[in-house]
Ligand binder design. Structure first.
Ligand SMILES: NC(=O)c1ccc[n+]([C@@H]2O[C@H](COP(=O)([O-])OP(=O)(O)OC[C@H]3O[C@@H](n4cnc5c(N)ncnc54)[C@H](OP(=O)(O)O)[C@@H]3O)[C@@H](O)[C@H]2O)c1
Length: 282
């Protein structure tokens, strides 16, 4: 199969491209050669004649989106619309990557795939609009939501916490933001199973369980030899930022689990991430 990946230089797109390459013909597109905000350029993707598109590209700077909501809509929502229209013209399926942030975080139990979204920040609003566009335009689609991506080779929460501990900088981490971490190396193969199986619909692919940011930071420090490093517990209200965070946007994988596709508990995934990075103190 010829698979086109948007955002193939990003964290998820890059890993998917590596894993898909042996079995499939993979074409990657990304900034600067493709700007999702340019409808004409996105329409020309159809000239590449893919059999399937996996759309990972997005403006993922959540605070940036809060500062410029119009740009967020242009790239994340309407950029996705142009990708979906190219797929419609070719009559091919689209896998669209979305986020736990489409939910408002008010539910006290984990969100299931068909719970009602209610975005509370501009990044989330642009990603929710993108989901609706994909559903509206393409019968053959997959929408895959994830949260708190932990990936090798990119900046993420785990590396930020460890860098601050190494530099002996004070650590203040929130106790009232709760979600499920998603290890890129678990996510990518699970997503490929959804694609290769032709399983259309909406999915939550996250590692099993849930944690607070604070507990995740403690877990990481304790396993990387920083047991004595303190982390000051704070609440979201003490950490003002341009974007409003959904406090409890925990995703539960029900739809993919029914197909036998699950990700292991987040603790096992984080330990493997640290081991691969050479950071685990065993
Ligand atoms: N990371 C998370 O915790 C998380 C959580 C939930 C959902 N998601 C979703 O998962 C997907 C993949 O996330 P990721 O962390 O792998 O993202 P990433 O590493 O930021 O990769 C996104 C890619 O899209 C590119 N891009 C940005 N603006 C673009 C534009 N206007 N036109 C074309 N390409 C553009 C980026 O290029 P530049 O690097 O040059 O900007 C980058 O290569 C995204 O759709 C994101 O919304 C991520």
């Amino acid at each position: 199969m010829h698979i086109l990946i948007t955002g193939h230089r990003g964290r998820l797109g890059g890993r998917l491209a590596e894993l898909l390459a042996p079995a499939h013909t993979v074409t990657g597109v990304d900034l600067p050669e493709l700007d999702l905000a340019d409808p004409g350029a996105v329409a020309r993707l159809a000239d590449l004649r893919p059999d399937w598109v996996i759309h990972t590209a997005a403006w993922t700077d959540v605070d940036g989106c809060a500062r410029d909501p119009e740009r967020a809509m242009r790239i994340n929502a309407y950029g996705t619309k142009h990708v979906a229209l190219a797929c419609q013209r070719l009559g091919i399926p689209l896998t669209h990557i979305s986020t736990n942030e489409v939910f408002d975080g008010a539910k006290t139990t984990p969100y299931l795939e068909y719970d009602a979204p209610n975005p509370i920040n501009p990044y989330a609003a642009s990603k929710w609009a993108a989901e609706q566009i994909v559903r509206e335009l393409l019968p053959q689609h997959q929408i895959v939501r994830l949260s708190w991506l932990i990936a090798h080779g990119g900046k993420n929460f785990v590396q930020t916490v460890l860098a601050r501990a190494r530099d002996r900088q004070p650590l203040r981490v929130v106790i009232d933001e709760i979600a499920a971490p998603t290890y890129n190396d678990d996510l990518a193969p699970a997503l490929i199973r959804l694609v290769e199986g032709g399983h259309f619909g909406t999915y939550h692919l996250v590692n099993e369980g849930q944690t607070t940011r604070h507990a995740l930071a403690r877990f990481v420090l304790d396993r990387a030899g920083f047991e004595a490093t303190p982390i000051e517990p704070i609440v979201l209200a003490q950490y003002p930022r341009p974007s409003t965070v959904p406090p409890r946007a925990v995703l539960r994988n029900q739809a993919a689990a029914l197909l036998g596709i699950t990700l292991r508990p987040w603790q096992d995934a984080v330990i493997d991430f640290l081991r691969e990075e050479g950071l685990l103190k065993e």
